[in-house]
Design a protein around this ligand. Structure first.
Ligand SMILES: NC(=O)c1ccc[n+]([C@@H]2O[C@H](COP(=O)([O-])OP(=O)(O)OC[C@H]3O[C@@H](n4cnc5c(N)ncnc54)[C@H](O)[C@@H]3O)[C@@H](O)[C@H]2O)c1
Ligand SMILES: [Zn+2]
Ligand SMILES: [Zn+2]
Length: 374
């Protein structure tokens, strides 16, 4: 079928709206008509060349919609089901999946290959040329054909438009604070970078019972939103946060610091470690350039104060357990999804939407599809 999509043809170019050819599901695949797609910073990393997925590529990995077709052998999804996309596939049977680490599913090796898990061919073409689907998804298109491992079925009481946020930003942020970050009642948690990911680290830390939730972001609007959604304190910089953090914790500093800046840099590590107390942990969720290796880190303090530096994909959590769990948090009012979407856009306005993200105008921007898009 023909559908439209926001396609990236080259590094540092703008997204182009193109008419693409979308294949029907082959064995193990499902076609979904999307209701919305969140605009995550990770898609922007492909634009700046930080990631190495082959181009041309359809961006987008944070979507939700309704199943319209299922391929041969698909038994867990049926036409009409409501689904959220998971930006990491979760096959359920590989060794990491079996250990409860679906976020590290072996099918993830295909994430940046540009071809479908099912048969290693392209499901989307443009003028006969294969097109990569970002994170095996490509939600900057009203229709996607993807592997069933990349979808999580959800109940129909959840508004699909908001459910899209469960595809990346919410579980990544929440899990970074709660799951891999291990926030406990009474803890002090610092979140650096309040975007679509960081705001959910704030919400998660609050829900887990943190005594202090300190948000750091240079943009005043971000700090206001952090306080609205659970931060007890907010600051424009690490330097301004440190003396107050020391004061409110009687010198103990943070149990956990979560890094969710838009562009991760090695120079951010030591300042985050400085905010961290004895046996504390820094969780790095933000992404930078794939080739960057330089980090500032005081190894003496790392050892003697027994601190931990921990990376995290999908918040260290498994899509098939985390998405349903977070939907219960939404139902019980502990997870705010409505306020995460600052602005909605038409697919055609995607470049404006990313400009808004980079200018700090949005917690999350979101593309909403309507009847004219299908
Ligand atoms: N690890 C994962 O699984 C995963 C998943 C999704 C996104 N990400 C990555 O997480 C990061 C955040 O994504 P997002 O969509 O929330 O981005 P975003 O652009 O919406 O938010 C980033 C925020 O960081 C703030 N910021 C930038 N530099 C800062 C600094 N030096 N100090 C404090 N704040 C600063 C910005 O003002 C902005 O509010 C990106 O690098 C993204 O690629 C990782
Ligand atoms: Zn994302
Ligand atoms: Zn697996």
């Amino acid at each position: 079928m023909k559908t439209k999509a926001a396609v990236l043809h080259g590094v540092n170019e703008e997204w182009q709206i193109e008419e693409v050819e979308l294949g029907d599901p082959v064995a193990g695949e499902v076609q979904v008509r999307l209701v919305s797609s969140g605009l995550c910073h990770s898609d922007h990393h492909s634009r700046t060349g930080d990631e190495d997925a082959p181009l041309p590529a359809i961006g987008g990995h944070e979507g939700a919609g309704v199943v319209t077709k299922v391929g041969p052998g698909v038994t867990k999804f049926a036409v009409g089901d409501h689904v959220v996309t998971a930006f990491v596939p979760a096959c359920g049977v590989c060794e990491p999946c079996s250990r409860g680490l679906q976020n590290l599913c072996d099918e993830g090796r295909h994430l940046f290959e540009g071809v479908a898990i099912a048969d290693q061919t392209h499901r989307v073409t443009l003028n006969g040329v294969g097109v990569t689907q970002m994170c095996l998804l490509g939600t900057f298109s009203p229709y996607i054909t993807v592997h069933e491992a990349s979808l999580v079925k959800i109940e129909k009481d959840i508004p699909l438009r908001l459910a899209a946020l469960l595809g990346c930003g919410v579980p990544t942020g929440w899990g970074s604070a709660v799951d891999i970050g291990g926030t406990k009642a009474g803890d002090t948690v610092v979140v650096i970078g309040v975007g679509g990911v960081g705001i959910n680290a704030v919400q998660g830390a609050r829900a887990a019972g943190a005594r202090h939730v300190v948000a750091i972001d240079p943009v005043p609007f971000k700090r206001e939103m952090a306080e609205k959604l659970g931060a007890t304190h907010s600051f424009e910089s690490v330097e301004s946060a440190l003396p107050v953090l020391a004061q409110i914790t009687w010198g103990a500093l943070a149990n956990l610091v979560v890094l969710t800046q838009g562009e991760m840099k090695g120079e951010y590590i030591q300042p985050a470690m400085t905010l961290t107390g004895k046996a504390g942990q820094v969780v790095v969720a933000g992404l930078g350039n794939k080739a960057a290796e330089e980090v500032t880190l005081n190894l003496y303090e790392l050892t003697l104060l027994q601190k931990r530096l921990q990376g995290a994909i999908f918040g260290g959590s498994s899509p098939r357990t985390q998405v349903p769990k977070l939907l219960h948090e939404f139902r019980s009012g502990r997870l705010n999804l409505d306020d995460l979407v600052t602005r909605t856009y038409r697919l055609e306005d995607i470049n404006q939407a990313y400009d808004d993200m980079l200018e700090g105008r949005n917690i999350r921007g979101m593309i909403v599809y309507d009847e004219t898009d299908y």
